[in-house]
Design a binder for this molecule. Structure first.
Ligand SMILES: [Zn+2]
Length: 329
């Protein structure tokens, strides 16, 4: 961009940031702006601030039972649009009870309300071009095939802990992802590393690692739900100048930040949460014919490559996740 055009664009960007205000709550157990607290109770004030809301939202993420950002209130029209979108989404994605107990465990570890609708779909890349999971207005889907990959990788990591790993990390990841990718749309069960081969101590290690790996993706999707990402994306369409240049990765950044914060709240391992991003990228790129091994994803080039305006590079996403992890005290 030349200096002249930068000068022309800058006032537009300033106006966009001022127009598109965000909100955060300063109360821990707030009830939103619409409720009237009993006399004598501290009143919650949802303040409108021209900053990224996620840092402000950290206060809310300490709520004993997490549901949704109480300071963002969808309009009836937004709710109607979102519910229609969810109906279409649910019609296109089958669900499975596989990993249902893991979903419940992850909810419990991060204080997420058990009633938050999080489903596992057998293989999200079956007919779609996105990986990991998807969240609509009031419904969340996590990819079962990806969870199966993470489950086996957690078994491998336990073998590493016990000095019993038969292969190096890259070989293990490649073999696991190749095996599960060989049969799209269906669950294959364990393929390379078997939990039953572990001692009870090994199972405990694998369970802990699986919590950290699977938490990072489930909390990312839940982060979209918590922050009303569907509503945000609707509203962004109506921000003047948004089509030109408006912080396009905001929605995904929010989810990564929240995922980091909740991984901390859950007591999970930061490094494994970050590694989830590489595994997700590899599974997705392999299935889409864009990568053939994890070494390609691990390269500096791929780590810093931004492949979509909606997402930061893998390195950037890991940093945002780490910022959420560090910010949750
Ligand atoms: Zn996302």
């Amino acid at each position: 961009m030349s200096a002249i055009s930068a000068v022309k664009v800058f006032p537009t960007l300033t106006a966009v940031f001022l127009l598109h205000f965000f909100s955060f709550c300063d109360g821990v157990n707030n009830q939103g702006t619409s409720s009237q607290p009993p006399t004598g109770q501290p009143q919650t004030v949802c303040q409108q601030v021209a900053i990224n809301p996620v840092a402000g939202g950290l206060t809310e993420l300490h709520d004993p039972i997490l549901s949704r950002d109480e300071c963002e209130i969808p309009t009836p029209a937004e709710a109607l649009s979102g519910q229609g979108h969810d109906t279409q989404l649910a019609a296109s994605l089958p669900t499975t009870t596989l990993f249902a107990s893991q979903i419940a465990t992850l909810k419990s570890q991060a204080g997420i309300d058990p009633s938050v609708p999080i489903y596992v779909t057998p293989d999200i890349l079956c007919g779609n071009s996105f990986a990991g999971g998807i969240t609509g207005y009031g419904i969340i889907f996590v990819d079962g095939k990806f969870l199966a990959v993470l489950y086996e990788y957690a078994t491998y990591l336990a073998l590493v802990d016990l000095n019993e790993a038969p292969t190096d990390q890259f070989t293990a990841i490649n073999n696991i992802v190749y095996a599960h990718s060989a049969a799209p749309c269906v669950d294959l069960g364990e393929q390379v590393f078997f939990r039953s081969s572990l001692t009870p101590a090994g199972v405990a290690l694998a369970t802990k690692h699986f919590d950290s790996l699977s938490g990072a993706i489930m909390y990312h999707e839940y982060g979209h739900y918590w922050a009303w990402a569907y509503v945000d994306s609707l509203r962004l369409q109506f921000v003047p100048g948004a089509q030109l240049f408006y912080y396009p990765s905001k929605i995904e950044d929010d989810a990564d930040f929240i995922s980091g914060a909740l991984s901390k709240r859950a007591g999970h391992e930061l490094a494994l949460g970050q590694q989830m991003f590489d595994l997700m990228a590899f599974e997705g790129f392999l299935r889409l014919g864009l990568a053939s091994n994890i070494q390609q994803i691990d390269s500096a080039y791929a780590q810093f490559l931004q492949t979509s305006p909606s997402y930061q590079s893998l390195a950037g996403r890991k940093q945002t996740f780490a910022n959420g992890y560090a910010g949750y005290q």
